[in-house]
Design a protein around this ligand. Structure first.
Ligand code: PHE
Length: 449
């Protein structure tokens, strides 16, 4: 990827782009966030609603973001400005940049825990997840380490580092997951986990289920904040936006569904609580590792690969904000990455300390969530949904339909056949469906406040 704004560069190849976009999408969202959110929302019914959200909301919004990015060849703020100069649409880009820094801040905290768990597994430490996250001397240095790693990669350019690494490591992660799934589903008592995950109980569905499913779909696919606008801006005109969006969404969802298949059977076999929250995978996985020959090595390898998956996601978060500073503020890339990382670190500190180290941050008065939980709810769910509404309205109503269609058809001539369906979803279904969910959320907040 280029370092100068006038020479932005492009992905090395089409496979390179799909890998990078899949790298952004596949991460802690799939393996850490998806299982515990599913667990908190009652299992199978949530899985079903989530899948519908991915297909009807996620795929069209991803097509919209990639198209806006490739057409404008700019960061999210610049992209809206390029297509609708002088309008307020650039605010949507700003919201995306802000959301990017905020997600990066707390995401790095859990990514740091993942790195810590590599060593914890090797050291055979029996300390609980709660004890681990309550230790500021682990949480802060690990978060810092992870942010620094992200900076080093983004500074060096995405093409050489990440494109090459992802090609080997992501398939390896999938392979290891298959192995662990086989162990998990053959544990005694695993059957109850499978019915929890696959037999829907719709009595557990509430308004919150819909917001969580929708937020999870956008979070997992890296949508709603311009990450895909930024990655799309490095696409060549020959690239096929439609097929790329489908491929990325498919693999991202596959990994999430696999993560559930890995976690729930083992969780029920061990008699744990599916609604335990963010610590879920870190508590359940060691149960599986303990029951495998060579479990220590397998466990360490798994956390290592998960950390790499998280790294390819933090890279995309950092890249959005960096691209904005480089393109619009003419700050050198080398300097921009450190500025963004420093801000993310400052925002991340209270998150890192809210998982047990500082009691007050663990239960914010009047909010009933930890600082970490609040950041994830506000930026990982609500703001991504808000961003996605605006992106679909922009694509469906504001941007000239012939221009957007011509942009997609370059490299994807068969888009002609799907264009009416995609346009319909972006024009009507996405804004209305997400709008209804946000309306009820707002109403509940007003009622509670
Ligand atoms: N999709 C990433 C994951 O699932 C997280 C992410 C969200 C990355 C938003 C970029 C933008 O881990």
């Amino acid at each position: 990827m280029a370092t100068a704004p006038c020479d932005r560069g492009e992905w090395g190849s089409r496979a390179g782009f799909i890998l990078a976009a899949a790298g952004s999408a596949i991460g802690l969202g799939n393996i850490w966030r998806f299982p515990y959110t599913t667990g908190q929302n009652g299992g199978a019914a949530f899985l079903l609603i989530y899948l519908v959200c991915v297909i009807l909301l996620g795929v069209p919004v991803m097509i919209a973001e990639l198209t806006i990015g490739r057409h404008s060849r700019r960061n999210p703020v610049g992209a809206f400005e390029a297509i609708r100069p002088g309008s307020r649409w650039r605010i949507v880009g700003f919201l995306g940049v802000l959301t990017g820094v905020c997600i990066l801040s707390y995401y790095s905290v859990i990514a740091g825990v993942t790195v810590g768990y590599i060593f914890k597994t090797v050291a055979h430490s029996g300390a609980s997840y709660a004890a681990f996250t309550a230790n500021p001397l682990l949480m802060i240095p690990l978060m810092l380490l992870f942010l620094a790693l992200t900076v080093l990669v983004v500074q060096g350019g995405v093409r050489n580092g990440i494109e090459r690494w992802s090609k080997i490591l992501m398939p390896l992660l999938m392979l290891l997951m298959v192995l662990l799934i086989v162990r998990s589903v053959t544990l005694e008592g695993a059957g109850r986990g499978l019915s929890f995950y696959f037999k829907p109980d719709f009595s557990k569905v509430t308004g919150k289920t819909f917001l969580d499913a929708l937020g999870q779909a956008f979070f997992s696919l890296s949508l709603g904040m311009g990450a895909m606008i930024t990655y799309g801006s490095y696409l060549s005109k020959k690239d096929d936006i439609g097929t790329s969006a489908l491929c990325v969404s498919f693999f991202d969802t596959l990994i999430a569904v696999m993560a559930g298949l890995l976690i729930f059977p083992a969780l029920f076999a061990a008699g744990m609580d599916p609604a335990a929250g963010p610590g879920l995978v870190f508590e359940v996985l060691p149960v599986i590792f303990a029951r495998l020959p060579g479990g220590t090595l397998i466990g360490a390898a798994f956390f290592l690969l998960l950390a790499v998956a998280a790294l390819t996601s933090t890279i995309s978060l950092l890249e959005v904000v960096t691209a904005w500073l480089v393109d619009e503020k003419s700050i050198l890339r080398r300097r921009a990455v450190w500025i963004v990382a420093a801000i993310a670190f400052a925002f991340g500190l209270p998150s890192a300390l809210s998982l047990g180290a500082v009691e007050r941050l663990g239960d914010l008065p009047g909010i009933g969530m930890s600082f970490f939980g609040f950041m994830d709810w506000l930026f990982g769910n609500v703001m991504l949904a808000v961003g996605a509404v605006f992106i679909s309205i922009f694509f469906g109503w504001v941007w000239d339909r012939r221009a957007s269609r011509a942009e997609i058809e370059q490299g994807c001539p068969s888009y002609r056949k799907c264009a009416p369906a995609v346009t319909y979803l972006l024009k009507f279904f996405c804004p209305i469906a997400i709008g209804i969910v946000l309306f009820f959320l707002f109403r509940d907040l007003v009622a509670a406040g």
